[in-house]
Write a new protein. Structure first.
Length: 183
C-alpha cells in the first residue's frame, strides 16, 4: 500500500529553503510513500465563516480541503516568521479545521519539519504548527521532528536534497507518518 503524504509549505518565496526541504522529501521518499507538494496556498482567502458557506466555499480553499481529504497524512513544512508560524500555513490549518469536528485534517497523521536561519531551526514556529494542527483535529506525531538551523548558510550552495543529514531526518519523519497512516 502506497501512503500519500501531502506537504503544505509555509513559505511562498520562490527560492525558499523550506520549499526545497519539501522537494527533498518528494525526491527521497521511499517507494511506498508518495509525497506531493500542495500549491495555491497564497490564493486562499483568510478564513472567515462568512465565506465558508456550503456550495460557495472559495475554489482555492475547496481544492485544499479536497487534496487533504485524498491524502493519508500531512507534512507541514514551516519556516519561522517573527518567532511563530507563517500566516499562510496557519490560514491553511484554519480552513482544514472546518466544519468543526469533521474538517479534512481531522484524524490525519501530521508531522512538522522546517528550517530557519536561527540556531534552533525554527522550533518555535514548528511547535506552534503542531499545536494549531492538533487543536484543529490532526493526529500530530510529536516525535516526528526535523529542525534544520542555519538555513541561509547551510543551503547557500547545497540543496537540502543533497544534504545527507537532512535526508536521513526526512526519511525518519516520512517513515513515522507512513506507520501512523497505516495504523
Amino acid at each position: 500500500m502506497t501512503v500519500r503524504v501531502l506537504a503544505l509549505v509555509g513559505s511562498l518565496r520562490a527560492g525558499s529553503h523550506n520549499r526545497q526541504l519539501a522537494e527533498a522529501a518528494v525526491k527521497h521518499a521511499p517507494e511506498h510513500i508518495d509525497v506531493e507538494i500542495q500549491g495555491g496556498l497564497a490564493d486562499i482567502p483568510f478564513y472567515s465563516e462568512d465565506i465558508d458557506v456550503e456550495g460557495a466555499v472559495p475554489a482555492p480553499a475547496a481544492a485544499l480541503r479536497e487534496a487533504v481529504s485524498r491524502a493519508d497524512a500531512l507534512l507541514l513544512v514551516s519556516p519561522e516568521y517573527n518567532g511563530t508560524i507563517p500566516a499562510v500555513l496557519k490560514n491553511a490549518i484554519d480552513w482544514l479545521s472546518r466544519p468543526y469536528g469533521t474538517g479534512a485534517i481531522t484524524g490525519k497523521p501530521v508531522a512538522v519539519v522546517g528550517t530557519a536561519f536561527g540556531s534552533y531551526g525554527g522550533v518555535w514556529a514548528q511547535d506552534e504548527a503542531r499545536k494549531s494542527a492538533g487543536i484543529a483535529g490532526g493526529a500530530v506525531i510529536d516525535q516526528a521532528r526535523l529542525s534544520v538551523p542555519g538555513s541561509v548558510t547551510r543551503f547557500a550552495s547545497t540543496h537540502p536534497a543533497d544534504d545527507a543529514e537532512v535526508v536521513t531526518g526526512l526519511l525518519d519523519v516520512l517513515g513515522q507518518l507512513a506507520t501512523s497512516a497505516r495504523a
